[in-house]
Structures are given as structure tokens and as C-alpha cells.
Design a protein around this ligand. Structure first.
Ligand SMILES: Nc1nc2c(ncn2[C@@H]2O[C@H](COP(=O)(O)O[C@H]3[C@@H](O)[C@H](n4cnc5c(=O)[nH]c(N)nc54)O[C@@H]3COP(=O)(O)O)[C@@H](O)[C@H]2O)c(=O)[nH]1
Length: 512
């Protein structure tokens, strides 16, 4: 037995541990991939920040050179342009133009013959003429970005852009002016720039690679980048950490489940033993007519103390008996013991009714009604001295519940719909169920003063019950004002709760 339990626990621990490992690894992979994307996005954003700096410098130098008033290509003019270059961070040369003809420059000096500028790749809305890969006049085999505006042009070092691009990135810098898209710089010749929507902070997947797009706010240019060769996901410490955490959490969870199952199994075994030995007891709670507080009956409530003398919550052990399939035996015990303890008192009080909680499984058990009839006969009590409280716990139970209730009524018993107003017991079912009364759940009594749904619904339920000719038992009455409230709503209502008496053993029931 112990060996079986241990191997069961081991199976839970291993099974849940493996599940945790797989889930942890999957989560870890997601986290690692996200980390890669964030890294690419950060690099791309810092790149755009650099491109903006270059842009600002170009605009400033062109504006100042255009505004310089000395005669074009005079010594003063050339000295001014040289000063510009020296003070600039990204600009390699500044030149003076006449239309599209280059006349002189900071690095070139004065040309003996004007040189024509290569036609621009694009003209910006501000009128700047940009050539991304122009030959540099006077310097063979060197290409650079040339930007011309008015009477001035500048040469921008490609290094200004490329030096900042992290070698871990595959990227393309794309400029879009008036719908014309230009591939400015790229180290990824495979990238199809026309397929890329140039919207900042967007991400897109091309050929199974996820790209980050970061755009400048100053000019219509973006960088589209992805990590060139992200470190292998499986080797990432993040993934390994997640997987280990998943494994440990899974194993812990598995151990918890196995302990819980073990506890429930042991509780089930002990409950069976207690039932078999007759170690369960019953207490009875008064039900009174609210108008005159006359005791009209009692509800039988089962109690169980485990071996250590600790009471086990009835909601727990009743649920265990229902799930384990021996609630019928429990209910029969309750019927037998209740009648044994209260038959004499019930006989002495005409109209006195004992109510017992039953489950749907009791209603569908063909032996239940004959058993109850035999017990009542043995005690010399009429059928209407025993009532039954039923609770609808799922919509699937509705049909068998309705049939079972009808059979109880046909046999002469009263039937109460318990815990009314909670979960599945709703007004829409009332008309279908052949019941005598509803027992209004104690949530309605508890929240009477509060501005809550239950406070506003209670009067409607009471009115509906009255309209259907059903009796009303209000549960959980602990204070006079609660009794007065419901009495006003329904002068024929009954009440149950600590105000009228807590559940007590049979020998203390009629002491008061
Ligand atoms: N199938 C069976 N179910 C049973 C049986 N015995 C009990 N039960 C069900 O267990 C649930 C919990 O019952 P219990 O802890 O006994 O609580 C009952 C009362 O003690 C409590 N109550 C009564 N008055 C007050 C009050 O004024 N205030 C307050 N806080 N609690 C109060 O309410 C419970 C009775 O509820 P109900 O049955 O809904 O009328 C419970 O669902 C029992 O049905 C059994 O033999 N068989």
C-alpha cells in the first residue's frame, strides 16, 4: 500500500515536473526571442538617433553656408567652408555651387574648371537634393553621400552612418520621399525593402525573420533591422533558467497534487470507516414561522469529527461522499438516525416536519423511496413528517432532479429547493420543479443593508415565489431586523438561523 502510494506520488512528481520543464522551456524560448527583438529594436533606435544628428548637422551647415555673404569662392568663402568642416562632426567637405556646377570647396580649393554634380537620387520636400552614392570630385574611387541646397553642398561621411551600426545587425536604411523608396545603406542584400511598411516601432516578419522598424521623426527615413545571428536559443541562460524553474515548479505542483489526492483518499477512507462504525452525529436546527416564532420543524445536519476530534466541514465530506459514490449510504444513515432520535417528538407535535438534505444521486436511486417509506412505517410516522432539501448544482442535474422531486411529492413528502438564488438555482427553473417551498440562501439575509445586487433581488424572489404559490424559508437569520424585513415582505414566511437557534443535538433541541 505504502509502496503504491510512493510510486503514485513519484509518477505525479515526474509527470508534472516534465510538463513544467516543457512549459518552462517554451516560455523561456519566448522570453529569449523577445529579448533578441528588444535588443534589435534598441540598436535600431540608437541608430536612428545618430541619423537624426547627422541630418541636423547637414541642415545647419547648408543653411549657414548659403547665408554666408562673401563672394563665392573668394579666399574668405573657402576659409569659411573649411572652418565649417573642422567644426563638424559628420561632414567631410563643404562646397560652393552655381546651379548644379561645383565651383570650389573646403577640401578641393578653387577648381580650374567647374564640375557638374551628379543628378540627385531624390529631392526632399525642403528642396535638398540628395545623392546617396555620388563620386567625390577630385578623389577617384571614393563615393559618398552628397546633399546640395541652394548655393552649397556637403559631403557626408558614410562612416557617420555605418560606424554606429552594430555588427550584430542585419539592416537596411531606407528613405522614402513622396512615395519613392531608396535603399540608402544595407548589409543585407536579400532584404526586399519594398515589402517593408515604414512605420516606426512596428515589427514585421520577412522570410521567417522578424525585423524591427525604427523611423526618424525629422525626415522620411527608417532603419529596418534584425539580429544577424542571434545566439542559439537553446544555449541561452534565460531559457535554461525558465526550464529549470518550470521543472521545479512542476515537481512541486506534482508533489502538492499527490499529497492532496492522498489526503482526499485518506479522508474518504476515514469517512467510510466512520459511517460504517456509526461515528457520524446529527444536529438539528429549528425552523420557525416568522409571524409568531412557532417551531414548525427542524433541519437535520450531519457532523463528523475525525480521529483527532477535529470537525470536518460538511461541505467537504458530503462532496467526498458524492464523488466517491457512497452518498446514498450517508443519506440513509441520516434518515435512520434522525428518525431514531426525533420520532417521538415528531409524533407528539402534529404538523412538525423534519427536513433532510439529499443529493441528486439519492433521487435517482430506485431503492431510496422504499427505504424512506419503510423507516417511517417502522417509526409510525406519516410521509409528510419528513421533508427533503435539494440543491441544484449543475444544469445537467435539472432533468433527474425534476423527476426525483415529483416522485418525492407523489409519495407525500414536502420538497424544498435549498440555497435558492445561488449558482444554478434560478427563477427560470422554479416553474418546472414541483416543489413546496424555496429556501432563500443566506447571502440575501447577510447583505440586506448593503447596496448590493442581492439586497435588490431578494424582494423580487419573494414576490415571484408568492406568485407561484410557493412557501418561503429564509436562511441565515441572525438578527431581529432581518426577521422583521422578511416578515414584512411575506407575512407567511418561515425562518431559520442563529436568531431562532443554532444546530444542536436532539437532546438539547426542545430545552428552550
Ligand atoms: N447531503 C447532505 N448535506 C448536508 C448534510 N448535513 C449538512 N449538509 C450540507 O452541508 C453544508 C454545510 O452545512 P452546515 O455547515 O451544517 O451549515 C448549516 C448551518 O449550520 C448554517 N447556518 C444555519 N443558520 C445559520 C446562520 O444564521 N448563520 C450562518 N452563518 N450559518 C447558518 O447553514 C447551513 C445550512 O444550510 P442549508 O443546508 O443550505 O439549509 C450545507 O449545504 C448543508 O446542506 C447532510 O446530512 N446531507
Amino acid at each position: 500500500m505504502i509502496g503504491q502510494q510512493l510510486s503514485g506520488a513519484r509518477a505525479w512528481v515526474i509527470g508534472c515536473g516534465l510538463l513544467g520543464l516543457v512549459l518552462g522551456a517554451a516560455l523561456g524560448e519566448l522570453a529569449v526571442r523577445q529579448q533578441h527583438h528588444e535588443e534589435a529594436a534598441t540598436l535600431a533606435a540608437s541608430y536612428i538617433a545618430r541619423a537624426d544628428q547627422v541630418h541636423d548637422e547637414v541642415v545647419k551647415v547648408l543653411a549657414q553656408t548659403n547665408a554666408f555673404a562673401a563672394p563665392a569662392c573668394s579666399d574668405e568663402d573657402i576659409a569659411y567652408m573649411r572652418g565649417m568642416v573642422i567644426r563638424s562632426q559628420f561632414i567631410k567637405s563643404v562646397a560652393r555651387l552655381d546651379g548644379e556646377q561645383l565651383l570650389c570647396g573646403a577640401t578641393l580649393g578653387r577648381l580650374s574648371k567647374p564640375v557638374a554634380l551628379a543628378p540627385p537620387n531624390m529631392i526632399t520636400p525642403g528642396g535638398m537634393r540628395v545623392n546617396f552614392n555620388a563620386n567625390v570630385a577630385g578623389v577617384p574611387d571614393v563615393q559618398a553621400m552628397v546633399v546640395a541646397h541652394g548655393r552649397a553642398s556637403v559631403i557626408v561621411s558614410r562612416l557617420s552612418y555605418t560606424s554606429l551600426v552594430d555588427p550584430r545587425l542585419d539592416y537596411a536604411i531606407v528613405v522614402d520621399v513622396a512615395g519613392k523608396r531608396e535603399h540608402f545603406i544595407s548589409n543585407d542584400p536579400e532584404m526586399d525593402i519594398d515589402a517593408i511598411p515604414l512605420i516606426s516601432s512596428d515589427t514585421l516578419t520577412l522570410k521567417d525573420r522578424r525585423y524591427e522598424v525604427s523611423c526618424s521623426k525629422r525626415y522620411p527615413g527608417c532603419i529596418v533591422a534584425t539580429l544577424a545571428s542571434p545566439p542559439a536559443v537553446s544555449e541561452s541562460p534565460v531559457l535554461q533558467g525558465f526550464a529549470a524553474l518550470g521543472l521545479l515548479t512542476g515537481m512541486g505542483g506534482g508533489l502538492g497534487i499527490s499529497l492532496c489526492i492522498g489526503w482526499l483518499r485518506s479522508l474518504r477512507r476515514r469517512l467510510r470507516r466512520a459511517l460504517h462504525n456509526g461515528d457520524l452525529t446529527l444536529v438539528y436546527q429549528p425552523i420557525v414561522r416568522l409571524a409568531d416564532r412557532h417551531l414548525v420543524g427542524v433541519e437535520a445536519l450531519l457532523r463528523w469529527k475525525d480521529e483527532s476530534g477535529k470537525p470536518v466541514n460538511p461541505e467537504v465530506f458530503i462532496a467526498i461522499a458524492e464523488q466517491a459514490g457512497f452518498i446514498n449510504e450517508v443519506t440513509r444513515f441520516v434518515v435512520r438516525r434522525t428518525l431514531a432520535e426525533l420520532a417521538l417528538q415528531a409524533k407528539a407535535r402534529p404538523g412538525f416536519r423534519i427536513t433532510i438534505n439529499i443529493s441528486v444521486q439519492d433521487l435517482t436511486n430506485p431503492g431510496f423511496l422504499p427505504f424512506v417509506a419503510a423507516q417511517l412505517k417502522q417509526r409510525g410516522l406519516p410521509a409528510d413528517s419528513l421533508g427533503f432539501e435539494v440543491t441544484e448544482r449543475s444544469t445537467a442535474e435539472h432533468e433527474p432532479l425534476a423527476r426525483g422531486i415529483q416522485k418525492l411529492r407523489d409519495a407525500g413528502h414536502s420538497v424544498y429547493l435549498d440555497d435558492f438564488g445561488t449558482e444554478y438555482s434560478s427563477l427560470s427553473y422554479l416553474a418546472d420543479l414541483s416543489i413546496d417551498a424555496i429556501k432563500l440562501d443566506r447571502v440575501f439575509t447577510m447583505h440586506l443593508d448593503e447596496d448590493s445586487n442581492s439586497a435588490s433581488i431578494a424582494p423580487q424572489i419573494v414576490a415571484m415565489a408568492k406568485g407561484l404559490g410557493l412557501g418561503l424559508v429564509v436562511e441565515g437569520i441572525e438578527e431581529e431586523r432581518q426577521a422583521a424585513y422578511f416578515l414584512k415582505l411575506d407575512p407567511t414566511a418561515y425562518g431559520q438561523g442563529w436568531l431562532f437557534g443554532t444546530p444542536v443535538p436532539a437532546d438539547r433541541l426542545f430545552e428552550r
